[in-house]
Design a protein around this ligand. Sequence first.
Ligand code: SF4
Ligand code: SF4
Length: 72
Amino acid sequence: MKELRYLDDVSSLVLNEDKCIGCGLCTEVCPHSVFELQDRKAQLVDFNACMECGACVTNCPTDAIAVNPGVG
Ligand code: SF4
Ligand code: SF4
């Protein structure tokens, strides 16, 4: 999403690629298309679009994602 932006470089979102199993759930639930799957690993392709809603953290089966909702 490029139209509605949040502040740059303030999101607490962290992705641990070592834990990612490439299930793709984060790409499906994120309302702002922050993630894409590349070579069976999630990648942060639009970090600054993250609104810290927590949906990706809730749905990731391997705890590969962390965020502090509402901090940024
Ligand atoms: S916290 Fe919400 S907006 Fe941010 S990456 Fe996860 S699902 Fe997307
Ligand atoms: S939900 Fe978690 S395990 Fe699945 S692709 Fe995203 S980061 Fe990887």
